[in-house]
Design a protein around this ligand. Structure first.
Ligand code: UN1
Length: 498
C-alpha cells in the first residue's frame, strides 16, 4: 500500500491547494509505487511562509537552551526509530542498508550537536577603544528560512539545514527532493512528536520549478539553503539576489584521490572502492577521479578492478548487498552517457560501463561499477560531475603533476591523498583547492561537527556542519555599552589622559 504524503503547514497535514498529487517509486523496483505526494505550487508555499513568519515572533523568544532541548528530544526519537527510517530509506532512495543507517546516524549526530550548541550560543566581548565602555556581540535569528533539499542524503542533509536553523531561532519552510519526500515527512512526524510548536516547521512538497521558485521569490524568506547542482545553484543565487536574501549553496564536485608511489596500495584500493562506489557514487563527495603515480598504477588498477567486479549488486535492503541502484531512469541515462563520452574520448573502459539487469535487478536502475583508465586531463570524463558509479584513472609522473591535475577542474569539494610521506601529505593540505582534504582516507565520510563545503563552483563560501553552519542562520548584533556618564566620541576623543 502506497503511503500518502501531505504538506505540513501551520501545524496541520494538508493537501496541496490544487488537490494535485505525484507518485514516487522505488529505484530498486520501479514498478512499485511507494508514495502519493501532494504536488504543491506557489499558493501553498506562500501560505507556509505566512505561518512561519507568524510563528517566528514566538519561537525567537524561546530561550536557545530550550530550543536545544527540543532538538535533543528529536535526536532521542530518531535513535528509537533509526532502523525503521533506514529500512524506508533503502526503499525510497535505494541506498544500501548499512549506508542508510549511516545517513540516519548523521541526522542524529546533527540533532545532538544542536542540543549542545543551545548551551554555548556565544557572542564575543571586546574592550572599547574608549574608557568606561564595553563592546559585545549577540547572535540573532534571521526569520523564515527556506530550504531546498537533494535526494542523496534524504535524512542527513535536511537535518543539516533544519536543526541549526531552528536552534538559532528561525522558523522554516522546506522542500524535499521530489524523489525522497517520505523521509522528510517522517522527520516531521518526529519533530512534531518532540513538541516543536505549530507554524515553526513547514513542509511543502512539489517540483522545483513551482515550489522551489516560490521559495526563492517570497519576500518574507530571509535565508535560503540549497544543496544540488552548480547550474541550479547559479539560478538560485541570481533570483534570491534580487531580494538580497542570504544564500548558502552546496553544489557539485569532481573529487579526486591521489595515490603516491609510497602509498599503502591495499588501503588506497579500499578507499577508492568506498569513495567511488559507496552510495553508487551519488554523493557530492564521491571519488570520481584517481590520480595515481605511474610507479604503482598497474598494481593499483589490477587490484581495484578485481575488487570492483566482486561487488554484489542487489536489493539495497539486503545486508550483503554492496551496490544498490541509482535514483531513477534519467540518472541512469546520464551516467551511461558518460560511458559513451569516455569511449569516444579515447579512455579505456576496463570494467562495467553498462546497466546491470540480472535477476530481480532488471526491475530497477542498477549500473555496474565502472572504471576507465588512460583518462586524459581536461577531457569531459575527467572534468564533469557524473553522480554515479564511474571512476576515471589518470596516471601522473610526480606529486607536483598530481596537484596540477587535481586542481584543474571547476569544482573543489573533497579530496584525499594516500601517501606515507608527511611532506607530501602536508603539501597536499596546503595546495589542493578544496574545502575538505583527507589524508589516507577516502573523499567521503565528513563528520557533522566539522565545517562542510567547497571552493570554486562548489559553493558560495558558506560551510554547513560544525559551528560554521550557525553563521548561515544568524545575524550579528553589535552592542556598545557606555558607562562613562558623558558623551564620548569614537575616533575623535583620541587623547590619552595624563
Ligand atoms: C553530500 O553528498 O552532499 O561526507 C553529503 C560524506 C557524507 C555527506 C555527503 N557525510 O560523504
Amino acid at each position: 500500500m502506497a503511503e500518502t504524503i501531505k504538506n505540513f503547514i501551520n501545524g496541520k497535514w494538508v493537501d496541496a491547494k490544487s488537490g494535485d498529487t505525484f507518485e514516487t517509486r522505488m529505484p530498486a523496483k520501479w514498478n512499485e509505487v511507494l508514495a502519493v505526494v501532494a504536488k504543491s505550487d506557489k499558493e501553498d508555499v506562500d501560505e507556509a511562509v505566512k505561518a512561519a513568519k507568524k510563528a517566528f515572533k514566538k519561537w525567537k523568544k524561546v530561550p536557545v537552551a530550550k530550543r536545544g532541548e527540543l532538538l535533543g528530544k528529536v535526536g532521542d526519537i530518531m535513535v528509537e526509530r533509526k532502523e525503521e527510517l533506514a529500512q524506508l530509506m533503502a526503499k525510497e532512495m535505494g541506498k544500501i542498508i548499512s549506508e542508510s543507517r549511516g545517513d540516519v546516524q548523521e541526522g542524529i549526530d546533527t540533532a545532538y550537536y544542536a542540543f549542545g550548541e543551545g548551551r554555548r550560543f556565544f557572542g564575543k566581548t571586546s574592550p572599547s577603544e574608549l574608557p568606561n565602555k564595553i563592546n559585545m556581540t549577540f547572535l540573532r535569528p534571521i526569520g523564515v528560512a527556506g530550504m531546498i533539499c537533494p535526494w542523496n542524503f534524504p535524512v542527513a542533509i535536511p537535518t543539516w539545514k533544519m536543526f541549526p536553523a531552528l536552534l538559532s531561532g528561525n522558523t522554516l519552510v522546506i522542500k524535499p527532493a521530489s524523489d525522497t519526500p517520505l523521509m522528510v515527512a517522517k522527520l516531521f512526524d518526529i519533530m512534531i512528536e518532540a513538541g516543536i510548536p505549530d507554524g515553526v516547521i513547514n513542509l511543502v512538497n512539489g517540483p522545483g520549478s513551482a515550489v522551489g521558485n516560490a521559495i526563492l521569490e517570497n519576500p518574507d524568506i530571509g535565508v535560503i539553503s540549497f544543496t544540488g547542482s552548480s547550474e541550479v545553484g547559479k539560478h538560485i543565487a541570481s533570483v534570491a539576489g534580487q531580494s538580497l536574501k542570504k544564500v548558502s549553496l552546496e553544489l557539485g564536485g569532481k573529487n579526486a584521490q591521489i595515490v603516491m608511489d609510497d602509498a599503502d596500495i591495499d588501503l588506497a584500493v579500499d578507499g577508492a572502492l568506498f569513495g567511488a562506489f559507496g552510495t553508487a557514487g551519488q554523493r557530492c563527495t564521491a571519488t570520481s577521479r584517481i590520480i595515481i603515480h605511474e610507479a604503482v598504477h598497474d598494481e593499483f588498477v589490477e587490484k581495484l578492478k578485481n575488487r570492483a567486479e566482486k561487488m554484489k549488486i542487489g536489493m539495497p535492503w539486503n545486508e550483503d548487498t554492496d551496490l544498490g541502484p541509482v535514483i531513477n531512469e534519467s540518472a541512469l541515462k546520464k551516467i551511461h552517457s558518460y560511458t559513451e563520452i569516455g569511449k569516444k574520448e579515447g579512455a579505456t573502459l576496463i570494467t562495467g560501463g553498462e546497466q546491470y539487469k540480472e535477476g530481480e535487478c532488471a526491475g530497477g536502475w542498477f549500473y555496474r561499477p565502472t572504471i576507465f583508465t588512460n583518462v586524459k586531463p581536461f577531457s569531459r570524463l575527467e572534468q564533469e560531475e557524473i553522480f554515479g558509479p564511474v571512476l576515471s584513472i589518470i596516471k601522473v609522473k610526480s606529486f607536483d603533476e598530481a596537484i596540477e591535475v587535481i586542481n584543474d577542474v571547476q569544482y573543489g569539494l573533497s579530496s584525499c591523498i594516500y601517501t606515507k610521506n608527511i611532506n607530501n601529505a602536508m603539501h597536499a593540505v596546503e595546495d589542493i583547492d578544496s574545502g575538505i582534504t583527507y589524508i589516507n582516507g577516502p573523499t567521503i565520510g565528513a563528520e557533522c561537527h566539522m565545517p562542510f563545503g567547497g571552493v570554486k563552483s562548489t559553493g558560495n563560501g558558506h560551510r554547513e556542519g560544525g559551528w560554521t553552519v550557525y553563521e548561515i542562520y544568524t545575524e550579528q548584533k553589535t552592542v556598545y555599552i557606555d558607562y562613562s556618564g558623558k558623551l564620548q566620541k569614537a575616533q575623535i576623543d583620541t587623547s590619552i589622559e595624563k
